[in-house]
Design a protein around this ligand. Structure first.
Ligand SMILES: Cc1ncc(COP(=O)(O)O)c(C=O)c1O
Length: 406
């Protein structure tokens, strides 16, 4: 664990600037390796031009790099290149789908949508706007989804009948780290459109989209060591082909007339306007970076470090950890509360010790209010450059914070 993390950490120049920093806010955003930073500088230094429009060599280069990034990300996710649409991130992808799916005729204008109380507001809110009914898949006391339901409520009945238009769930939960069992969900809902919020998963778990029983996935570049402001939406080709654009303008048309226009084929049809070219290219570089580390090594590191963090956190008196018991199988996200210490005060006290964690509801208010029964929690989340020393410093800082309030 520590050798891998130490070697990896050297790739991230921010840690040379702040050698004392213990960065455990990776679920909010990850740090960027030199390769990603170089990719941004390289584009603006050597290749900057708009894509798809120019016929001169520089624009052709920019287009090649931009489309090359799409191909890289498709390979990274085991999808077809035309199934990858660039977005500004997870939030934009989910909002797009909440507009486009009801408008496509693939589902009713006001669909019945299954989510869970653990979903990020970027999943809950777009569907709250359009759904005729939101059905909440229950969470059990181990923080994992009860796919079959736990009773005869509206969700239980929908699950028994396998009837819902859309299922929208995160693969890795950003509060509990719990992993959704997509195969079990598909088995329950054989005919529903399954949309996966892959924000936490994309940098932490190898995704094999050709072999996952899902229809769409949305994710952000900045959670996989890439830039902010860029993300992807994956959709199965036959479904994407039927989705109407939700933004129209330059770069996505076939023919424009006074009253009516026709659209270019995918992916342009769904990417109106000048895209975030350098960021898309650098997101491709981030995918290359992850592959250069190797998924087997990343998974081994995450499982071992998660086990270490879980074991250390659960020995602190007065600390409640909101995490599934099968530690190694989950996403390296640890939210907790400490009796008598407000999460914001705790995060601030940890910050004074150079330990960066997040405090708040992490954009999942319902989970905090209804299940955890607290307004906010403190969250430590892991990435490839964290090691056991980081966890030790977190534990010491928590113990010091507890002493400070005595
Ligand atoms: C599970 C989950 N979904 C969605 C998002 C939203 O991602 P973004 O802000 O990059 O659109 C996040 C990020 O906090 C997340 O953790």
């Amino acid at each position: 664990v520590n050798d891998f993390a130490q070697k990896t950490k050297a790739d991230f120049p921010l840690f040379a600037e702040y050698p004392e920093l213990v960065y455990l806010d990776n679920a909010a955003t990850t740090q960027k390796p030199q390769a990603v930073i170089d990719s941004l500088v390289d584009f603006y230094t050597k290749h900057n031009a708009n894509v798809h429009r120019g016929l001169y060599p520089l624009s052709e280069q920019a287009t090649e790099l931009y489309e090359g990034a799409r191909a890289k990300l498709a390979r990274f996710l085991n999808a077809a290149t035309e199934e990858i649409i660039f977005t500004s991130g997870t939030t934009e992808g989910m909002n797009f789908l909440a507009g486009a799916l009801p408008a496509s005729g693939l589902v009713p204008v006001r669909p019945r949508v299954v989510i869970s109380a653990g979903e990020h507001h970027s999943t809950l809110l777009p569907w709250q706007q359009v759904a005729s009914e939101l059905l909440f898949m229950p969470l059990n006391d181990n923080f994992t989804l009860e796919v079959d339901g736990d009773g005869e409520d509206a969700y239980g009945q929908a699950a028994a009948a396998g009837s819902a238009d859309i299922i929208a769930l995160s693969l890795i939960n950003n509060v509990t780290g719990a992993l959704a069992d997509l195969h079990a969900i598909r088995a329950r809902f054989p005919n529903s459109i399954i949309i996966v919020d892959g924000a936490q998963a994309i940098g932490h778990a190898q995704l094999d989209l050709k072999n996952l029983p899902i229809d769409f996935l949305v994710a952000s570049g900045h959670k996989m060591y890439g830039p902010t402001g860029i993300g992807i939406m994956y959709g199965r080709k036959e479904l994407l082909d039927q989705l109407p654009p939700q933004r129209v303008g330059g770069g996505m048309i076939r023919k424009v007339e006074r009253e009516n226009s026709t659209w270019a084929p995918l992916p342009e049809r769904l990417e109106a306007g000048t895209p975030s070219i350098a960021d898309a290219i650098a997101m491709g570089t981030a995918a290359d970076y992850i592959l250069s580390l190797g998924w087997d090594k990343i998974s081994a590191h995450q499982s071992a470090l998660s086990r270490y963090a879980f074991d250390r956190l659960t020995t602190i008196p007065g600390l409640t950890l909101y995490h599934p018991r099968e530690v190694e199988q989950h996403g390296g996200v640890f939210s907790f509360s400490i009796e008598g210490l407000h999460p914001h005060d705790l995060a601030q006290l940890l910050g004074e010790k150079n330990v960066a964690v997040r405090a708040g509801h992490h954009c999942v208010q319902i989970l905090h209010r209804e299940l955890l029964k607290i307004p906010a929690s403190t969250r430590a989340s892991l990435a490839v450059y964290n090691d056991e020393t980081d966890i030790d410093k977190l534990i010491t800082a928590i113990e010091d914070a507890k002493m400070a309030i005595l």
